[in-house]
Design a protein around this ligand. Sequence first.
Ligand code: FEO
Ligand code: CA
Ligand code: CA
Ligand code: CA
Length: 834
Amino acid sequence: MTSLRHDDPIVFTDGDVDTNPSTTTTLGELVDKRYSRRQMMGGMSAMTTAAFGASMLSGCGSDDKDGDVITVADGSTVQTQGGRVVTLTSTASSNATSTSWTQVSGPSLALTTSGTSVSFVAPNVTTPTNVVLAFTATNGGGSSTERSTVVINPATLDFTAVAKNKNDIVTVPSGYTASVIYRCGDPLTSGVAAYANDGTDSNFAQRAGDNHDGMSYFGLAASGTAPDSSNNTRGLLVLNHEYINPGYMHVAGQTGILTGVRTVEAEVIKEIEAHGVSVVEVTRAGNTGAWSYVQASTLNRRVTPNTPVAFSGPVKGDAMLRTVYSKDGTTGRGTINNCANGALPWGDYATCEENWAGYFRRDAGDAAVRTAAGNTKQNVSLSRYGIGEAAKGNHLWSTVTPADATSTVYRRWNATASASLAADGTADFRNEPYTFGWVVEIDPYNPASTPRKRTALGRMAHEGVMPGRVIAGVKPAFYMGDDGRNEYIYKFVSATAWSAADATPSDRLATGDKYLDTGTLYVAKFNADGTGQWLPLVFGQNGLDANNARYPFASQADVLANARLAGDALGATPMDRPEWTAVNPVNGEMYCTLTNNSSRRGVANSSGTRSIDPANPRAYVDTRTDGKNPATGNANGHIVRLREANDSTESLTFTWDVYAFGARSGSDAANVNLSGLDATNDFSSPDGLWFGLPTNAGGQASPLLFVETDDGAYTDVTNCMLLIGMPGRVGDGTTKSVTSSFGGTATTTARVGAAPGAKLKRFLVGPKECEVTGITSTPDGRSIFINIQHPGEDGDYANITSNWPQSQATGTGTGRPRAATVVITKNDGGVVGL
Ligand code: FEO
Ligand code: CA
Ligand code: CA
Ligand code: CA
């Protein structure tokens, strides 16, 4: 309550209601009338609430009987919910010389004042929470203030679910806009020509690569190249280019691919350079304008499979990393098949090498050469990682003859050991497969920096790496999936407790050394009773030593480079293809997508298949409607989640359940559609997974979970999609007895989280034959970025099956499809999804 005394009273008026200066209506009565109207408006729709903006006058006052005092008191309230833009407008009488808005109480807000208006984005809350704002007008004689109360209610998923569809377009709910900003082939320097998209383009080392995947946004200071973790309109997008669509990349396909010998070197150069990572500056035209990428930014960078990298951590310099290129095993070249990612707490990007094994050639006879050289166990290792003998290597890169005879950029993809060359690997590339399968840290702000391969996090088909919550004084954890059928979930716990000052270090890669080079790698075991353990991959413990019959471990480096073999030895739980990991920023629970598993059966029938178990409880046939072969086993995948003991990243035990099981709506509710999905939220093959950031309503109170699909099972009905959920927590559901109907009849007890119901909705459907992947947002959550990977993947240059993104505007277009980054904004400026 504010009072003032002066000769010429300032009278406040409400922006959209005429004031009545006569004495027949008191100010209090006026306010009551306005309040009624506002309540009606506020109840109409989300859009109304967000936009009604004007007039939150709350004063109910009465003229002082002396005529020279005005008293303004707290009064009416207005309702909103977390994530909404709230705009308040008041007016002052013409004799006011200045006005201001200030916050009086409630959760701290970032206020934007414009004239007599103020706006803010409501944070999210667990219970209705009042925010009081004061509007003050002054002149030489004094000032007067009135207060407005805004009640912030807990956020809901207030969008209409997008219907499943097979259109050649990115479909978002009404009230949202999707815009394409960075496409395969787009030039990254000012001197590179626009992409012709007809197979004639070259120089992918200075263009966007193909098949965009994991991605993070790093805010950039408005003035230059320094980090600014709060900038919502200028930043660096760092994204993976997982693999290539060769059928669209050249004028008429890959020359020589059918004869087994690649003959056009330029094609191979292009294919190699189209892999890797992009760092690209993006800017927004003001707070509400369009996003675009900055072609000429000096921060733009491509990391390709040819970029020099350094090894870091326990495997650095180990004999297993010796090659012609690095005789001391300390450096390597590039990164490949980069799938998911992580944004590290100190401002670096982590990219993860997934299906790197497929690029290697290994001729028949290689195993005998290794055995003769005293390296028998390498055959066990190579086989366990999917590099069997007689492998030709994706795209046959090693078969091309370079114009420069001294070049090893193609030869390196041939891992065949030569009997006539040094057994230690320094004369050929027999050890090159050990230079891949790592998490790779990149400093996005320094284009000249050398990426570091973090060997302490183990070697596998790394999908992604998600940091747990960082808390000062607590050792941080990094959660990872190994995407293969029946592979494991891992976490790495730093040896060093988190220091808050490391969120803004001067040397980011050195900070990475601090947290990622020393610590312990663990693998997960899921027990039937809903508990679980993290089993340490430590040389010398629990049989991880030279006495291991299958693979005698020689050192900690050996354990890390053969994490799969170590996990086998420890009895880790084989999972249905662990893809992305995500951590709820409020409670620290970790979610992991298990995308599907064609080798999950009721009863295992041979090596390579697995019986159902409580954590992977389904094996069935997913009947299609188009006559194509149905997916079998765990056909539609699920999302497991775990809660660490004491909610601590350092814990070695946890409890778990399944957040949601993918399924067709209407399918067998007892054994398949265990989460009760309906037409608004049914999905298959979850892959990309991410929680909203705690810097905005999407990551507060009840954080948003973004689920992206990479599906081949439900494609008779729909293209791949993005859903948004608002999950509960581990243990909020029940147990269900589930019986398999594929590969034998067996029964297990599933731990099923509370049915998501309306707290999971389909937000987006992608174009034809795509995967929806990669997700990140600005700190304010008002712009989210996703990637569309491999649109039209079933076609090629002669049979184009998608024209996206050319088709984005109207649903039809011409030309070859291109993977691309898409930015999504809410038309009223609110937090996406709320
Ligand atoms: Fe590249 Fe496991 O998805
Ligand atoms: Ca993936
Ligand atoms: Ca996938
Ligand atoms: Ca894919």
